[in-house]
Structures are given as structure tokens and as C-alpha cells.
Design a protein. Sequence first.
Length: 168
Amino acid sequence: MNELLGALCNQFEEELERQENVLAVCIAQGQAARLHDLEYLEAKTAALNVLIRETAEAERTRMALVEQVVSACALPPGRQTLTELIAVSSEPWKSRLQHFQTRMRATLSETARVVRENNDLIRRSLNVVNQALQSLGQCIPAAPNAYDVRGGEVSGHHSGPAFMDQRG
């Protein structure tokens, strides 16, 4: 049992490190978005994708260990949680599992907050870009022999935006 708990704690610590790296990458993505640094944003997004793949791959190994530990501890189906595992574990496993649980909850909570902020920031930026593109689109004269959405011919006359001074 000690070997299983030791292996599980090691897997949990590796996952915690991955999740802390995810948080750091998400923070960097937000900074890149604020600075409008698209290359850095793309690089951080690629790094995040790698971390997500690693997390998915590690989950299979971790879940196999969890099943073995749950079986060895004889936890009933409704009580197969980390909190219940902590309750039935002895030291030093209890402390390691509690430490992991506390840090993982904090990391995931902070990551969720950062992702929400990044999402709001990027959506606002996209709205600004879309509005700018729409404004620019109104300034472009229609191409000769162009067709509208209903298949009709677009008139060659297109008025651009007018600027008004203080007098109107």
C-alpha cells in the first residue's frame, strides 16, 4: 500500500507542477494580449497545447493508480474522492495528499480566474478589431460588376464616411 500511495503522490506532484505551468502560461497569454504581441501570444498558446496534451496522457496513468489505491483502501463508490482518501490515509501520505489538494485547488481557482480575464480581454479586442474592419469596409468603393448578397448588381456609387467640424 505504501508503494501505491507513494507512486500516487508522485503523480499528483507532477500534475500540480503541470497545472502551475498552465497557470503561468495563461498569465503570459494575458500579458501578450494586453501588449498586442501576437507572436508571443501564439508561442504561449502552443506551449499551453503541449501542457494540455501532457495532462491528458498523464491522466491515464494517474487514474490507473487511483483505482488501485481506492481498491486497496476499500473505499465505497460514493466515497472515492481525494478528501476521503486523505481521511483514511496514515502519515506521511495524509500530509502529502492534503498539501497537494490545497495547492491544486488554489492553482485551479487562480487559473480559472485568469482564463476568464483573458477571455474578456480577447473578446473586447476582437470587438474593436471587427468594428475597425467594418468601418474600413464602408470606405472601400464597390468593385465594378460586383454583386450583393441577393445576387443583384451593386451600384458603382458608394459614399464614404463624412467628417464634420464643430459647426456641423
